[in-house]
Design a protein around this ligand. Structure first.
Ligand SMILES: [Zn+2]
Length: 506
């Protein structure tokens, strides 16, 4: 081993030790702190010491800032996966536990059901490149923590948006399952993309806040900087252990800017299609234009996690909306306009064929009330929209149905835990602990330099505290092992190739 690789190994080890220490310190602060945590951390450090010489870790790095964990992954698919699994091992184990518990709770199916679906239905249609990356995640994870998770677990976990709420409702209907739980596709996010006369500099501005359960959302804190051997460089937010951004927000080095909001009350699944998480990751990695993006998303469309994709091409200043139903889809595009999303479909054919239960005229529903607010807010700010303004918009608390300021399920910055109504379209009962869990924004200039800003927690800066919530709402007691405080961090800028906070000062 040369001096260079020694230094590199030492640097990686330092990152690992630092990460493990922070992880331990983090768990130590909680009531659940125990000698076991300390022992696990110590074992992880020992494994890290032994494994940090692995050549697959070459070039990979990790640091934390503003409540986010930034990881740089590079190289061939197996190496990228290994780096991902290794550097984020504690977070993957923790995220897997929370997500899999939620999947089993809502569907009343055991984990073996999801493993089987992953193995038999999803895996054979995953591109070899991503099969290798997923295998790499398992290897890195096992090396670091001795995890027992295998590739079927990781594939099912990667499909956590599509298996419970798309595949299962389809399967239950097809099997005419008795007493099947009433599963609804999720409603994730508020977002917009604007260009031309709508923005301050005439170039594209894009912003997004992620709506999920706070249980999952508080863990949606990864910034992935990926330099793949093939395809374009990617900067995206994401979930530990998942290869797509999945909420979604990302930019690539060929100028594509990508986000989405989910289509409420979507119904449909094609068991012969390709998993959404694979198509979404592939499109961000390989599409250099709006047309290429649409082509990759449509190739093998399985209907899973059906979204209204909001796209921008900073090379041309053009923005687009790809409303990706299963039976129908539509693409709108413009070089002068704004496209917003808050979980509603608008194409008559998609509405009729893919979301037959959705009522676009109910002004009191979360998707429609937020749609009205986006229209109002964006029109008021026409010609002034920039990233600073976008940050404020993501934290907006204006409820158009009640015509008042009140953080609830109808505001762009969602706080469903404060609403006695919940969101029936998504089967979110009254006071459901979910809503906007983090936000991101960028513009064409920043995208060219591979930069975006991001804030963990409610984009308005409000905190969610688990203990008083659970005391007030014992109906959510099952979440207790997984539901943690979600405290807002500061708006923080991240860019490709960033090594650590300190290096910015040099
Ligand atoms: Zn808020």
């Amino acid at each position: 081993m040369g001096a260079d690789s020694m230094r590199r190994a030492a640097a990686v080890l330092l990152v690992i030790l630092g990460g493990a220490a922070l992880w331990w310190a983090g768990s130590g602060a909680q009531a659940s702190a125990s000698a076991n945590d300390a022992m696990v951390a110590t074992i992880a450090v020992a494994r890290g010491r032994a494994a940090s010489n692995d050549p697959r870790l070459k070039g990979a790095s990790r640091f934390e800032e503003g409540g986010w964990i930034y990881v740089h992954l590079e190289g061939d698919p197996g190496a990228r996966g290994y780096q991902h699994g290794y550097l984020l091992a504690p977070e993957i184990e923790d995220g897997f536990a929370a997500v899999s518990a939620g999947m089993m709770h809502s569907t009343q199916r055991d984990w073996e059901f999801f493993r089987k679906a992953a193995h038999e239905m999803l895996w054979p249609k995953i591109d070899a490149e991503y099969q290798q990356e997923l295998q790499g995640i398992v290897e890195g994870l096992r090396t670091r923590t001795g995890s027992k998770l295998d590739v079927d677990d990781i594939v099912a976990f990667n499909a956590f948006e599509e298996l419970p709420d798309y595949y299962l409702p389809w399967l239950n209907k097809w099997q005419k399952a008795a007493n099947a739980p009433n599963l609804k596709s999720p409603g994730n996010c508020s977002a917009f993309v604007a260009t031309g006369s709508w923005t301050k500099d005439g170039q594209i501005v894009m912003a997004h806040n992620n709506w999920t359960s706070y249980r999952n959302g508080e863990r949606w804190r990864i910034v992935f900087d990926i330099a793949p051997k093939n395809g374009y460089r990617i900067l995206m937010d994401g979930f530990p252990g998942v290869i797509a951004s999945d909420d979604d927000f990302g930019i690539n080095s060929d100028g594509l800017m990508v986000t989405e909001t989910t289509i409420t009350q979507f119904e449909g699944w094609d068991p012969n299609g390709k998993a959404e998480f694979v198509r979404a990751r592939k499109a961000l990695q390989y599409a250099g234009s709006i047309d290429e993006y649409a082509r990759i998303m449509l190739d093998g469309n399985n209907g899973g996690y059906a979204n209204d994709w909001l796209l921008g091409d900073r090379k041309t200043g053009e923005i687009a909306q790809l409303e990706l139903g299963l039976k129908a889809h539509k693409l709108w595009r413009t070089k002068d306009g704004v496209l917003s999303g808050s979980n509603w479909a608008r194409d008559p054919k998609v509405l009729k064929e893919d979301t037959p239960q959705f009522d676009p005229n109910n002004k009191e529903s979360s998707p429609n009330a937020r749609r009205a607010r986006w229209e109002e807010l964006l029109a008021e700010n026409k010609g002034k929209i920039d990233v600073a303004l976008a940050e404020r918009m993501l934290g907006d608390h204006s409820d158009t149905a009640q015509k008042k300021e009140e953080p609830n399920e109808r505001t762009l910055c969602g706080h469903v835990d404060g609403s006695s109504r919940g969101v029936k379209e998504w089967e979110w009962q009254a006071y459901y602990p979910g809503g906007a869990v983090q936000g991101k924004a960028t513009d064409a200039t920043m995208a060219k330099e591979m930069r975006f800003v991001a804030r963990m927690g409610h984009p308005c800066g409000g905190d969610f505290l688990a203990k008083p919530f659970l005391a007030a709402h014992p109906e959510f007691a099952w979440e207790e092992p997984y539901l943690r405080d979600m405290k807002a961090g500061p708006w923080t800028e991240f860019r490709s190739g960033q090594v650590s906070k300190e290096s910015d000062k040099n």
